[in-house]
Design a binder for this molecule. Structure first.
Ligand SMILES: O=C(O)CCC(=O)C(=O)O
Length: 263
């Protein structure tokens, strides 16, 4: 699919899939190394594997983060100087249960830093699922509700949908390993049960325009202290990259990540 088609389907449905970003000859080695380092560094116990700031531990997908079809779509959405806001290593292992339907930061009203609902109808943050195993109905391909990216609130029991209940409009983010699913962060989605005996492995990369304030996510900043910590708030941390590690990353990827380097 060309970028114009991807863009049109992203705007219409709230998501699109870019196939073949990582080729079949490379995928197995990348998956094995990512799975190993997610297991070794996870902040959550199995069946979940969750590693924020994953590039600190593993750089296997770094050469792909500026892949032309993905970056062209991001640039079409945000204009120049877009950046990567979060890189999270993820395993949804056998037995993982269904999660709550939610919109992502900065729309999730449970986060300490959020855009208060009703939020504006514009694309401000993008979540990409880098599928390192196939995403299937059985292994827990993400539950998505196309069209909900135009809602002005996240799902809540007292509102349009109970986050704990299946929604009539829900579908799955299906794809072959090597595909990148690109989601508007407003689109309601949830972890799906993995009923296979195999791990579902992914890296979740989020992209933001330069003008979205990411400091509430970054330990050590004034906004993190004032908005999150002072209110005992819930917020995923985005640890800084060291200058030494940053300097080893591919040149075309560095502009996307320079904002997150420790100063
Ligand atoms: O792992 C998944 O399928 C969904 C992850 C998710 O909901 C999130 O990162 O916000």
């Amino acid at each position: 699919m060309q970028v114009d088609e991807l863009h049109a389907s992203f705007l219409r449905d709230g998501y699109c899939c870019v196939e073949g970003v990582i080729g079949p000859s490379e995928i197995e080695a990348i998956r094995d190394s990512v799975a190993r380092d997610v297991r070794a560094n996870s902040l959550l116990p199995p069946p979940q594997g969750y590693v924020p700031g994953f590039l600190r531990f593993n750089q296997a997908i770094a050469p792909y983060l500026a892949a032309p079809p993905v970056l062209a779509l991001i640039n079409k959405l945000f204009g120049p100087h877009a950046r990567i806001s979060m890189v999270t290593g993820s395993i949804n292992g056998p037995g993982i249960p269904r999660g709550d339907l939610h919109a992502d930061w900065p729309y999730n009203q449970k986060n300490a830093s959020h855009i208060p609902a009703p939020y504006p109808d514009s694309v401000l943050h993008v979540l990409t699922m880098w599928m390192l195993t196939d995403f299937t109905e059985e292994n827990g391909a993400t539950i998505i509700i196309p069209g909900t990216h135009r809602m002005s609130d996240h799902p809540r029991k007292s509102g349009a949908a109970d986050p704990k209940q299946p929604h009539p409009g829900e579908q799955r983010l299906l794809g072959k390993a090597g595909t990148v699913g690109v989601l508007d962060a407003r689109m309601w989605h949830a972890i799906a049960p993995n009923v296979t005996g195999e791990e579902r492995v992914a890296v979740i990369v989020r992209y933001a325009p330069w003008w979205l304030n990411l400091d509430p996510l970054r330990p050590g900043t004034a906004d993190r202290a004032d908005i999150v910590e002072a209110n005992n708030g819930v917020e995923s941390p985005v640890p800084a990259l060291t200058r030494e590690l940053f300097d080893t990353l591919p040149a075309e990827v560095r502009p996307l990540l320079s904002y997150g380097v420790a100063r």
